[in-house]
Design a protein around this ligand. Structure first.
Ligand code: NDP
Length: 282
């Protein structure tokens, strides 16, 4: 029997999730239908979409911009949350578990899994995270659980980085006990094992103000699908670099596993997606 999945967002036409999940399903021979679901930008409409989908026998839903926080509120009010969703204050994966709506957040673990697959060391790594929005919020706990050392969070608006650390520390003992410092992005200096760009600057033509004496062995940008000056900057200084396409596939694979119980060979799926995109773009 065909299993039904959706990704809920606004806008949603650009979402690559249907293609990614179809590749996963093909890999394990599962019959699925995964569709993009547009939703008006208000909480009542989101709740109606979720109720109609799961009431109609849907198996799992992804949640994307701008509904991750709304999905969190809904699960907190009526259902249950995973630790990662609870600490992030955001949900990107919905399912019905033990009869109630259950929200998880696989974004941060998707990033960690991709970094591990690149062979970049995380144990005791000195990490700089630039950004203090939703994406940054979701990756702090998974990075700490992966064993990183000291963490510096830099942001254009320093007060937002401070608020983020205060809120995350209140939500999680593991975060509270970790060494985290904050600074303005322009004041970020020193030598890091890993630097991560979790800002949305890649959507614009602007560039981050990076200090001359800021060094990193590995540079990761959560953006993908366009030239990224942040990565170019660190590549020119000898760093290994990666965009966020692997994070996108990684978070999707974790959602797929929550829904179906099946682990995906992410390397093989990535190759299949690259091949399909090459063919489509010809
Ligand atoms: P938010 O809008 O919540 O946060 C935006 C962040 O970017 C803030 O820290 C903001 O700083 C900073 N910023 C925006 N413009 C500038 C600028 N011109 N100069 C300096 N800093 C700037 O966005 P999200 O956290 O949700 O998303 C961030 C990025 O992560 C997006 O590009 C998104 O595509 C990507 N992402 C990728 C995923 C993947 O799977 N690969 C998953 C999730 C997100 P300030 O606080 O000062 O405004």
């Amino acid at each position: 029997m065909t299993q039904h999945f959706i990704v809920i967002g606004n806008p949603i036409a650009h979402s690559k999730s249907p293609q990614i999940h179809q590749v996963f399903a093909d890999q394990i021979g599962l019959d699925i239908r995964y569709q993009r679901q547009y939703c008006p930008n208000d909480a009542a409409s989101f709740t109606a979409v979720v109720e109609a989908f799961f009431g109609g026998g849907g198996i799992g839903a992804n949640v994307t911009v701008p509904f991750k926080q709304v999905a969190y509120d809904l699960c907190q009010e009526r259902g249950a949350l995973s630790e990662h969703a609870s600490v992030a204050g955001a949900v990107n994966t919905l399912l019905v578990k033990d009869g109630v709506l259950y929200g998880d957040n696989t974004d941060g673990q998707g990033l960690v899994n991709h970094i591990v697959s690149l062979g970049w060391p995380l144990k005791n790594a000195r990490v700089a995270l630039i950004g203090a929005g939703g994406a940054a919020r979701g990756v702090v706990l998974p990075l700490i659980q992966a064993g990183i050392g000291a963490l510096t969070i830099a942001n254009r608006t320093l007060s937002k980085a401070d608020t983020l650390v205060a809120e995350l520390s209140a939500a999680s003992n593991e975060i509270n006990q970790h060494s985290i410092t904050t600074c303005a992005t322009a004041d970020l200096t020193g030598d890091f094992d890993l630097i991560i760009n979790a800002t949305s600057i890649g959507l614009t033509d602007a560039t981050l103000p990076l200090a001359d004496n800021l060094q990193a062995q590995h540079a990761y940008d959560m953006m993908y699908g366009r030239p990224l000056p942040f990565l170019q900057h660190f590549k020119e200084r000898g760093a290994q670099a990666s965009d966020g396409y692997g994070m996108l596939i990684g978070q999707a694979a974790l959602s797929f596993k929550r829904w179906t119980g099946q682990a995906i060979d992410v390397t093989q799926a990535t190759q299949a997606l690259q091949q399909a995109n090459l063919t489509t773009n010809k």
